[in-house]
Design a protein around this ligand. Structure first.
Ligand code: CP
Length: 322
């Protein structure tokens, strides 16, 4: 595997399997009384978030802490960024303080690539503009494999504002890489012009696609990234592209409903639908910690083997590994 994770295209299908299998080993850690293993003891992980986040930032923080790394949470409010400090100077400052890994979220596509030129440690892309969100895609793929038992040949629709969605891009790349059959669904104005190169199909008709799915993956309308009016109204969008109770009834039995969060209940997904048993949205969040533990462990070359049994961490916590 590469030293950094900037894009799903950095990974081979074998890398993806390795990340998911390693996450399997780490998931059990989250069920223990002491949710900690010493794999990254003495290493420093910086969460460098220039954009708002709930799930990704907290998930990376928990993942690093469960691996016993030291964690620094950096957000622009309250930092010298507010005084005009550049990304480069911020990166050099973190580098000077010995960051082993920097997890970056930024509104500018390509910022994580720039960061790799200025720091020696690993860089993990936690979402850059409308470009990619690879760790979200990996936790989604993990959740699908966990629930359906396979990735090859599964039929997935990614529905909504694909144009502005870094999740849609990364998830399409990851699913296609693993042999899944992906259809992007949305109004023509919200489908990117370059999708022909993604290896996916495109539809503008949710009702035609839903009855054939194993996974229906809903996207939020990214109002903060839209520079013009892409749909006539939110009500119209909801009627044409929202996942309603009527549409859920058309899904095959056993099909999953997924969403990366944050959700706009009542817009892209009915509130009742988001709370159905086949909606695995909270499971995605839980699995995200194990997947990010796996990534930090693999990219930083953790010093201890992935845990298999509860006794390992209890023994290690007691100092037997020192
Ligand atoms: N899915 C996701 O990236 O959520 P946050 O913006 O809360 O991190």
């Amino acid at each position: 595997m590469n030293k950094h994770l900037l894009s799903i295209n950095d990974l081979t299908s074998e890398d993806v399997i390795r990340i998911l299998d390693t996450a399997d080993s780490f998931r059990e850690v989250g069920t223990r009384v002491i949710k900690k293993v010493p794999a990254l003891r003495g290493r420093t992980v910086v969460n460098l978030f220039y954009e708002n986040s709930t799930r990704t930032r907290i998930s990376f923080e928990l993942a690093a802490k469960r691996l016993s790394a030291d964690v620094i949470n950096f957000s622009t409010g309250g930092s010298s960024v507010a005084k005009g400090e550049s990304l480069k100077d911020t990166a050099l400052t973190l580098q000077a303080m010995g960051a082993d890994a920097i997890v970056i979220r930024h509104s500018s596509s390509g910022s994580p690539y720039a960061l790799t030129r200025w720091v020696h440690g690993s860089v993990l892309n936690a979402g850059d503009g409308t470009h990619e969100h690879p760790t979200q895609a990996l936790l989604d793929v993990y959740t699908i494999r966990e629930r359906l038992g396979r990735l090859e040949g599964i039929r997935v629709a990614i529905v909504g504002d694909v144009l502005h969605s870094r999740v849609a891009r990364s998830l399409s790349f990851a699913l296609v890489k693993m042999g899944a059959d992906v259809t992007l669904v949305g109004p023509p104005t919200l489908i990117p012009p370059d999708v022909a190169a993604w290896g996916v199909q495109v539809s503008h008709d949710v009702d035609a696609v839903v009855p054939k799915l194993d996974v229906c993956y809903m996207l939020r309308i990214q109002r903060e990234r839209q520079r013009q009016q892409y749909v006539p109204s939110v009500r119209e969008y909801s009627r044409l592209f929202g996942l309603t109770t009527r549409r859920v009834a058309m899904l095959p039995e056993g099909a999953l409903i997924m969403h990366p969060g944050p959700m706009n209940r009542g817009v892209e997904i009915d509130s009742d639908v988001a709370d159905l048993p086949q909606a695995v949205i909270e499971e995605q969040v839980t699995n995200g910690i194990a997947v990010r533990m796996s990534l930090l462990y693999l990219l930083l070359g953790g010093s201890a083997p992935p845990p298999g049994r509860a006794e390992d961490s209890e023994r290690e916590e007691a100092g037997a590994d020192a």
